[in-house]
Design a protein around this ligand. Structure first.
Ligand SMILES: [Cu+2]
Length: 137
């Protein structure tokens, strides 16, 4: 059995956009500080670095943009849903901030999850997320 040449060509054409996307990569976020596994003293400054997405105030309604959210000792909310406001442990950095000081963490272990979401406060897809665990002395 032979594969028609037309199908091979079609396959190559379909693969091209995937290869291009893999090269640029999708958006990423990294919690630069505190370092994962670190022991730190409070207050704890969380520093975020995003690539492949422009960090803007939540009022900016433009594709390719988003703002940071921190889940502090709180599980992620469902990724297809709006990230709620007014919930202890869920912070919207809605002015486009890339740093946030956590000044009321009790001594002991903590976990921070950073998620970039759009102006509707719905997480970007694919999910742009990072997690660190650290200990406050
Ligand atoms: Cu938000």
């Amino acid at each position: 059995m032979t594969i028609p040449i037309s199908r091979l060509v079609l396959g190559a054409v379909l693969l091209l956009p995937v290869a291009a996307r893999a090269q640029t990569g999708h958006a990423k976020v990294k919690i630069v500080a505190p370092a994962n596994g670190a022991t730190v003293s409070g207050p704890v400054k969380v520093v975020l670095q995003a690539t492949g997405v422009e960090i803007v105030p939540a009022t900016v309604e433009r594709p390719g943009t988003g703002h940071h959210h921190l889940f502090v000792d709180h599980d992620l909310t469902p990724v297809d849903d709006t990230i709620p406001r007014g919930v202890t442990g869920i912070l919207h950095l809605g002015r486009g901030q890339t740093e946030f000081v956590l000044d009321s963490l009790a001594p002991g272990p903590h976990r921070v999850i950073a998620v970039v979401a759009n102006w509707k406060h719905v997480p970007l897809k694919p999910l742009v997320v990072d997690t660190v665990r650290f200990t406050v002395k």
